[in-house]
Write a protein that binds this ligand. Structure first.
Ligand SMILES: [Zn+2]
Length: 432
């Protein structure tokens, strides 16, 4: 179906940072066909959406997530990462089956589309179930099978996770009308042997897919890597050749200035996950320095059990205010910087130049924000309003590929009651 959004304020996030007032956006065949005042007048047979009093902007791009971890939301909190992961999270994950993952994913997608996220990058297991949920829901995603092995190698031809990952990529890369892309994901340096990381890099190169990895999330990871390999985690992965592939690196809490030079040289994108890093007490990533070093920085929520939600507005807000406070510098990471990280930078990181900005010819991944709420008035500065005042619940419409997934509290592609019913059954089984 074609759509015309009439008379909205448009935050384009294009290279010129244009903001258009009283403008229309015409969506034809899933593509943004025309933009501008009166652009929607001539089109016929289109669904007309009144954009008066609303802001139209690119959908948010969540650069790092483990979406089925919605099932573990508020299950294990207030503990350090290693205890949280190894003693609480991994044992439940070992009990999860494909059905659990499917319903947990749909729950997470409901949360994301109702708060304006149109695309997410995910690393998990049970990828067929995640991809099926993505396909059915209409959201866009870059999906990767998280791989762990401390086998010294060098032969990983019988490695089940490697086989799983390759099968997944062959089956799903480019599926769902191109909404699903696939990546390979060595989980982290502390869960993967050097030979395993090298084997994953070689396979990813052969299959032509990018890399999604956790990088230098904690002081412990950083120090153990120095002790074991005599170099930082970023230097370790650089030397193993992983960064020769298009890579998104989540967290980067402890990266050094030299690491930033390495990451910049290889064009690695940094995924900043401020809520997760704070909640797991991992620390604060050096994002102002990363931006000064010219790195492409985007924002991720991480899984819902270390955040504890998938609401990008909170992470955008934190990304902007956190560094001001810790540096005592109110000028660092402006509201516009944070918005760019959550939109255009995310698109660049995921190799999706066709989303992340409102531009003719782009895919119609966009949202409407209701500016009529009391906490959004008066409207002095749009960027400030969105980053410092807006909430995920201010999103009134979410569209992906020209299809409305969420509008005025209603999910158009997901049966909310059915998801809640299955969620209850899943939780009885997993935690009962
Ligand atoms: Zn993660």
């Amino acid at each position: 179906m074609n759509h015309i959004i009439r008379n909205a304020t448009i935050l384009t996030m294009n290279d010129r940072n244009e903001i258009l007032e009283h403008s229309d956006v015409v969506v034809e065949g899933g593509i943004i066909a025309r933009i501008g005042p009166g652009a929607g007048k001539a089109a016929d047979n289109a669904n007309i959406i009144d954009g008066s009093g609303k802001l139209l902007m690119p959908g948010l791009i969540n650069g790092h997530c483990h979406v089925p971890m919605t099932l573990l939301r508020n299950y294990a909190d207030d503990m350090d990462l290693q205890t949280w992961l190894f003693e609480h999270i991994f044992p439940v994950e070992d009990r999860m089956n494909g059905d659990d993952i499917y319903w947990g994913t749909l729950l997470g997608i409901m949360e994301m589309v109702s708060t304006g996220t149109t695309c997410f990058a995910d690393m998990y297991d049970g990828m067929d179930s995640i991809a099926s949920a993505v396909e059915r829901s209409g959201i866009r995603a870059q999906l990767s099978r998280g791989q762990t092995s401390n086998d010294p190698g060098p032969d990983f031809s019988q490695d089940p996770a490697m086989k799983d990952s390759v099968d997944f990529i062959k089956k799903w890369n480019g599926a769902a009308e191109g909404r699903i892309t696939a990546a390979m994901a060595p989980h982290a340096i502390y869960t993967c042997s050097p030979a395993y990381i090298r084997a994953i890099a070689e396979m990813a190169e052969r299959l032509g897919v990018p890399i999604h990895v956790h990088l230098d999330e904690t002081v412990r990871e950083h120090e153990e890597c120095l002790k074991t390999h005599g170099k930082t985690p970023a230097a370790h992965l650089y030397d193993l050749g992983l960064f020769d592939l298009d890579t998104i690196a989540a967290h980067c809490v402890c990266i050094t200035g030299e690491d930033m030079v390495r990451l910049k040289e290889k064009d690695v994108s940094v995924i900043h996950c401020p809520a997760s890093n704070l909640k797991l007490a991992s620390g604060i990533a050096p994002i102002p320095e990363a931006l000064s070093a010219g790195l492409n920085v985007c924002i991720g929520t991480d899984g819902a059990s270390s955040n504890n939600n998938l609401n990008m507005w909170e992470d955008m807000y934190l990304a902007s205010i956190l560094h001001k406070g810790s540096r005592r510098d109110p000028k660092t990471i402006t509201a516009a910087d944070a918005l760019r990280m959550a939109t255009a930078n995310g698109a660049k990181a995921l190799g999706m130049p066709y989303v992340g900005s409102i531009r003719e010819g782009n895919k119609a991944d966009m949202i409407l924000v209701d500016l009529g709420k009391p906490h959004l008035k008066p409207l002095h500065n749009l960027y400030s309003t969105l980053v410092y005042s807006a909430q995920g619940s201010d999103v009134s419409m979410t569209m992906v590929d020209g299809r409305i997934l969420y509008q005025d509290g209603e999910f158009k592609t997901i049966d909310r009651e059915k998801v809640y019913y299955h969620l209850e059954k899943v939780c009885e089984r997993l935690f009962g």
